[in-house]
Design a protein around this ligand. Structure first.
Ligand code: ZN
Length: 160
């Protein structure tokens, strides 16, 4: 037993205030990213395809905000405008730790909402996309709005 360092290091995984120890906190973050990786891979694939399509569809841009890769412009803008099930397209879409946006302004405007979806993917992992789709289907069968009445969207709109 060492006498150096904060006393809480000798007493398990949490300090007296209930915060995770630094090493445990880093491990938890790594697990969240790993659990979300299958969904993140879909977002990274969209990024790769959009980058390849830049000569035709325009330049796609990226930035990292709070550990999330935000992608906008070019083919991503086209896809969000024309390839979603929403009548007027989508401003943004979360795919794991990748968030697609029409433009930088749309990403700024929707960040709080999309971060709720990032947290949902961290909870559901590879089950997120199937669960989201199944929830929309069940809501539609019951006569609700497949988007607005989806429990994942209700949670995100409830916060943002
Ligand atoms: Zn949403």
């Amino acid at each position: 037993m060492s006498t150096r360092g904060p006393q809480w290091r000798e007493h398990g995984r949490r300090d007296p205030a209930g915060r995770a120890r630094p090493a445990a906190a880093a491990a938890i973050v790594a697990l969240r990213y790993a659990w979300a990786l299958p969904t993140t891979a879909v977002g990274l694939t969209v990024l790769a395809v959009s980058a390849a399509a830049a000569p035709v569809a325009g330049r796609v841009r990226t930035r990292v905000v709070d550990g999330v890769v935000e992608v906008y412009g070019g083919l991503v803008d086209v896809l969000l405008r024309r390839a979603t099930l929403l009548p007027n397209g989508a401003s943004a879409m979360t795919l794991g730790h990748v968030v697609l946006g029409r433009d930088a302004w749309a990403l700024d405007l929707t960040r709080d909402h999309e971060r709720i979806h990032v947290r949902q993917v961290e909870r559901w992992g590879p089950l997120f996309l199937p669960a989201y789709g199944l929830a929309s289907l069940l809501v539609a069968i019951r006569g609700g709005n497949a988007y607005l009445d989806n429990p994942f969207e209700r949670e995100a709109y409830g916060v943002a």
